[in-house]
Write a protein that binds this ligand. Structure first.
Ligand code: AMP
Length: 285
């Protein structure tokens, strides 16, 4: 695996590869890699000649300094996982390489960030959009791969790419989960061990909520039901549970007349913030 920490040599290397006709897939990550990230890499490998994984804990997208400080950074382990999966290129810049001076740019995404992550993490999506733009410029991939777990992020990046004409195809990959349904996340490493089984309940509640909606219950009933269920779990705090249209993220009041609704939630378990989501399949029951 070729490893670059600077943009210029990365660009020069990739320019040579493009000249000889190689297609390039980009998988942007913040490291502390797990099977979810590796699934994105494998998806890129299936469809592209060369896969570039970027690893950068982007300070711009953290609205909570404690979260940034505690974000896991097991670089040596990440490198060996990438080698093992056969990733071709790792781009691992430091903060100065990505931001030689603090960006003054501030991007906003209107109604796409009015609820959920956008509402609870001010500035988060501006930071995400800036770093993704810089990575797209640095790598110039044919496709970029993202996880469904961060669905709002995917919708916002789609808008970014559309508004700024980035010549890239975006691919969303289904969430990879632990056996009990907990969505894999780098933050799972920080869940206190005595609360690990509680964290697994989030997905069970989400699944049950989806079943209730599919069974004809109203969104307001299900909202109250989820809030009650979450209040029964120890050391947890529900931040939001929302049913929205997956393409434009507007709130859904009646799932029967909504376009591709998705259920999204964020909750703290023992102080660690976890998110999850699930599409509604109205033909399932
Ligand atoms: P992160 O390192 O958390 O910024 O995530 C990098 C990419 O991996 C993002 O596109 C995430 O949506 C994706 N990702 C994170 N967790 C999972 C998962 N459990 N399954 C699939 N993709 C994931």
């Amino acid at each position: 695996m070729e490893i670059f920490s600077e943009i210029s040599p990365l660009k020069a290397f990739l320019a040579d590869q493009k000249k000889i006709g190689k297609s390039i897939g980009l998988v942007p990550t913040m490291g502390a890699l797990h099977e979810g990230h590796l699934t994105l890499i494998r998806a890129s490998q299936k469809t592209h000649d060369l896969t570039v994984c970027s690893l950068f804990v982007n300070p711009l997208q953290f609205n909570n300094p404690e979260d940034l400080r505690h974000y896991p950074r097991p670089l040596a382990l990440d490198v060996s996982m990438l080698e093992k999966v056969g990733c071709d290129v790792l781009f691992v810049p430091d903060t100065h390489e990505m931001y030689p001076s603090p960006p003054l740019l501030n991007l906003s995404f209107g109604m796409l960030e009015q609820r959920m992550e956008g509402a609870f993490r001010p500035g988060h999506f501006s930071g995400v959009a800036i770093v993704v733009s810089k990575l797209l410029h640095a790598v110039g991939p044919d496709s970029a791969f993202f996880g469904q777990k961060d669905w709002q992020q995917f919708v916002i990046i789609k808008q970014l790419v559309k508004d700024l004409n980035f010549p890239v195809t975006l691919v969303s990959i289904p969430t990879v989960r632990e056996a009990d349904g907990l969505a894999l996340s780098s933050r799972n490493l920080r869940i206190p061990p005595h609360l690990r089984s509680v964290a697994g309940k989030l997905n069970k509640i989400l699944t049950e909520a989806r079943n209730k909606l599919q069974g004809g219950e109203s969104t307001s009933y299900v909202h109250t039901w989820v809030t009650t269920q979450m209040s029964l779990l120890p050391e947890t705090r529900l931040e939001y549970f929302e049913v929205v249209e997956s393409e434009n993220l507007t709130a859904v009041t009646d799932v029967r007349i909504a376009n591709h609704p998705i259920l999204c939630m964020a909750a703290y378990v023992g102080g660690i913030r976890l998110i999850d989501n699930m599409f509604l399949d109205l033909h399932a029951s």
